[in-house]
Design a protein around this ligand. Structure first.
Ligand SMILES: Cc1cc2nc3c(=O)[nH]c(=O)nc-3n(C[C@H](O)[C@H](O)[C@H](O)COP(=O)(O)O)c2cc1C
Length: 226
């Protein structure tokens, strides 16, 4: 059984919603064990994060997906403390050749989310991990595009989510970020199965028609939820 851990910080629940959708997508892949792990502020003392159970789980995971809100144009301080808490696995090269992925959520359409994803990718590189891109074409970039499109924020490095400041976490499921996160989770889990057990992997190169069909499903799902 291959293991995927989705590790996130989310004081107000929006990033958690993205994490849950990634986990849901990952769970759709057979023989992959998926764990959701929350990083909390109360695990940080005098600027240092620690939690032995989390580190033990991450040590035996084949893939780690990292997610945090974007605060002041970079990763939230609590999540950064968690990354710094991986200093001993860094020294021991314990996470070398695990697969890695990332996601972030913020309020503004852009909000400098790319910088947060870059921080995560650089962290993964320092840990000698293998970074996995989003794998979907950009949506909402033509006259017929909508917020329900898969990859509607056009991010390839990792998944971006955006919710207006006056909307709660439920709104994360009301646009294309939900389907983008789910598809990323599935991609990560399938690649994990391939990486960990040499299982067959089919490269899915979607056409423009496939893309519109996926986005139409996303819009219909959002309409059904009201
Ligand atoms: C201290 C702080 C800084 C923030 N900085 C940004 C920012 O740079 N860009 C942005 O778009 N949103 C920014 N926001 C909005 C947060 O990104 C948004 O509230 C967050 O993604 C919610 O995530 P959560 O519900 O998982 O906690 C900021 C919010 C706070 C509290």
């Amino acid at each position: 059984m291959a293991t995927v851990a989705v590790v996130y910080h989310s004081p107000n629940g929006h990033t958690r919603a993205l994490a849950e959708h990634i986990a849901q997508g990952a769970k759709s892949v057979p023989d992959v064990d998926v764990h959701l792990v929350e990083i909390r502020g109360d695990q940080v003392s005098e600027g240092r994060w620690s939690d032995a159970a989390t580190m033990e789980l991450l040590k035996r995971s084949d893939t780690i997906v990292f997610g945090a809100p974007t605060y002041m144009g970079s990763l939230s301080a609590v999540f950064k403390a968690f990354l710094e808490g991986a200093f001993y696995p860094f020294l021991g090269q314990e996470w070398k050749d695990k697969l890695a992925g990332g996601f972030t959520h913020s309020a503004s359409q852009n909000g400098d989310k790319l910088f947060s994803l870059q921080q995560l990718a650089v962290f993964a590189a320092q840990m000698n991990m293998q970074w996995i891109s989003v794998g979907d074409s950009a949506g909402n970039n033509w006259t017929g595009g909508t917020i329900y499109d898969v990859n509607r924020l056009g991010s390839w490095l990792g998944v971006m989510g955006q919710t207006n400041v006056d909307e709660g976490p439920d709104a994360v499921s009301a646009h294309g970020d939900m389907v983008t996160a789910e598809r990323y989770g599935t991609r990560l889990a399938e690649l994990t199965a391939r990486w960990a057990h040499g299982q067959e992997y089919r490269i899915r190169r979607h056409t423009a028609e496939d893309f519109r069909e996926i986005s139409a499903h996303s819009a219909a799902a959002a309409a059904a939820r009201g």
